[in-house]
Design a protein around this ligand. Sequence first.
Ligand code: KIV
Length: 283
Amino acid sequence: MKKTVNDFRKMKETGEKISFITSYDYMTAKFAEQSEIDMILVGDSLGNVLLGYESTIPVSMDEMIIHARAVRRGAPNTFIVGDMPFMSYQISDELAIKNAGRFIKEANCDCIKLEGADSRILDRIRAITGIGILAMGHIGLTPQFAAKLGGCKAQGKSLEAAKVLLEQAKAVEQAGAFSILVEGVPAIVGKLISDNISIPVLGIGAGSFVDGQLLIYADMLGMYEDFTPKFVKKYAQIGEEIKRAFTQYNQEVKKGIFPVDSEYSYKIKEEEAKKIKELYFTK
Ligand code: KIV
């Protein structure tokens, strides 16, 4: 059964960890739901992972909607988070509401996620949640702000930086977010944040003390080879397996080993095959 905001609140209270994974398509969404993962993020990381962009910056709302709809078809009973791409919410409250609404209306997502915690973003969270759409905040290593952060690197590595993150998390909670994703911080900073706000704290590279864990499926399955962050545990080597299978297929096609007709071709009645042979192949 699909989990709700109340379930996630209770999980934080009781210490039951929330499992969270990205998905961008029907197939992996189905696998996630069959594996009883609590929450799916249709992340703008699909820009890197699926579309081959150098960053998440070029990802458009229309691309996000196509993928979010596919994920919903694959996971009808899982809580789905639609990730607001760059420039879909920064400009104005109206634009943010319009695009958050698209995730809900067009893709049947349960909530949206947006990066940052400066006053502008806090206004957006207030605007979106004010009309009844659930919002998840995202602080720490926020890829859409990579230029400002000096690259995609760990955050909160000093007392001062940890204090700033804690204040940001509190502000995001106050603005009305029902949960917050914290990315790329030392475990003690994840704990500091989780212990000091009441909404669930999901972590990606934020250590073990937070209320739930997110991984990008293509990282944890060993499929995305361009870059692997330190916090990724590889649960499978699907990329290696795909390369092995593609190589074998390539060789078998070239050598005429595949297909073996008795096994992989459609059957035809003997008398029909005979007629075709007599007409076309016996001259
Ligand atoms: O887009 C995404 O998958 C994300 C994670 C990297 C946190 O936002």
